[in-house]
Design a protein around this ligand. Sequence first.
Ligand code: GRF
Length: 207
Amino acid sequence: MNLRVAVFASGGGSNFQALAENALTYSVTLVVCNRSKAGVLDRAHTLGVSTHVLSPRAFESEKLYSNVLLELLHAEKIDLIALAGYLCKIPAPVVETFWGRILNIHPALLPRFGGKGLYGHRVHKAVLEAKEAFSGATVHFVDEEYDTGPILLQKKVPVLPDDTPDSLAKRVLAVEHQIFPEALELIAEGRVRIKDRRVIINPTKTT
Ligand code: GRF
């Protein structure tokens, strides 16, 4: 099954690039971005992926924004949404329509170091302040809250004694680039289901 994936991003887009370049059983066919100058747009143009700039703030109401987003996703026949450094909240009707088909990457080992306000360097700073021995990356399904949906994949990295938020971010980003494409492949191969908010991964392909 070749799934059509929309990547939502607000920043540089290195995760978008990892997803697009490592796609075997899915295709990244659309980038949705809320900032007209975000680096992800240049990366998408280079890789020939269509882009759409859509800022929630440009809409009179969340309902209107949500309707336009849903129309776009349907028109582009999107099967799966991958949030890769997307800093806007996904409206509830989109979460409902795409339940089980929206994934997010978070630069820490959820359920720790997640939630509203914990994004980007703030996450790594919090991990260092808590003197954790490990950090890592998490791919999880998206629900109505921040960073609370069922976890699909995680990978650890060590926290080193002289780490700064920058050095830790770099080590974590390298594993983000591995596990995000892996997570999409698992879904595209039909190996993932959610039961009672827990993720079950089938060891063999079903497609
Ligand atoms: C990544 O660390 C991701 O985990 C977080 O935002 C960052 C985005 O980086 N949600 P990039 O734009 O993919 O380079």
